[in-house]
Design a protein around this ligand. Sequence first.
Ligand SMILES: [Zn+2]
Ligand SMILES: [Zn+2]
Length: 323
Amino acid sequence: MSQFQLWPIRPRPQPDELLSSWLRRIALAHTPKVHSFCHAVWPGLQIWNRDIDASAPAVLATVMAERTGIAAADVEVTTLRPFTGVLFEDLRGRTAHTDWILPVGIYHRTRRRPGLQWCPMCLSADEEPYYRRRWRLALASTCPRHGVVLADRCHDCRRPASPHRGQDPLCDVCQADRRECPVEPADSQALQFEHRLAELLSADARAWTQLEALHPLSFFGVVRQVMTVVGAGERSQGLRDEIARHWGGDPAPPSEKQLEFMVTADRHRISALSARLMRGWPWLFVAHCADAGVWKSWAFGERRYGRSPFAYADPVIRFLTAA
Ligand SMILES: [Zn+2]
Ligand SMILES: [Zn+2]
């Protein structure tokens, strides 16, 4: 029986490692150039000018499984696809937007958007620096291990990370070391909130509250809608002021309306305020929305009633319909 030839050097994926990060490490173990390796294995296949973590061509994953001897299912979990049915209903193509996935803005082989965050301290602690799947998610603005806000741009030239280019973890444009990017301590409420969200993504997560016991699509749908109402919309400044006045946090507005397009520092502030607002769901949410005048139509925003999870729509309709 014929066997596929295994690659001579086959590092396993590290915990939560992204496919692109793992492929890069495999390639560099064999040749000094990532692109030459990929070209030799998959001649003509478009790899680095697409977001392979979101939409890896089938042949890429198949060959990686065959040549590393790693089960196809274990290769699959290095991509963002297993979040289908958990964070979103389907993972859209490379240009469309998917809830919770940070777009990297592929332009040829470069990346224009800061969609790959990183923790400088995690990269420093790694024996071989690698990039985590969680760092591609809009529900992550913090590192639970180091208690800091994630980085999303080079501290020197402000470009997004493109680890497949240049000498990672050095910036491919200015050579600044991503491990030396200055870090800010995270807001403690955001830290706890995001730590819990990360736990709920794991297969063996146990629900602590009724809200957490919902189907994950509904649960994360509620979280996303709360973050959207806190971050964007006509009356969101009043709501942010209201939360910050009672519970702390920074009410400054984000520079983008959609969660997935916000820079990490903005998303972090929204996460910190949303964490405060979601405690004891839905009562604090309802009370602060009412005080800030965020009634039904503002609470639904662009996402109309029919598209909101029931667990969100129900308290909004019952308690935020202005008399
Ligand atoms: Zn870290
Ligand atoms: Zn740079």
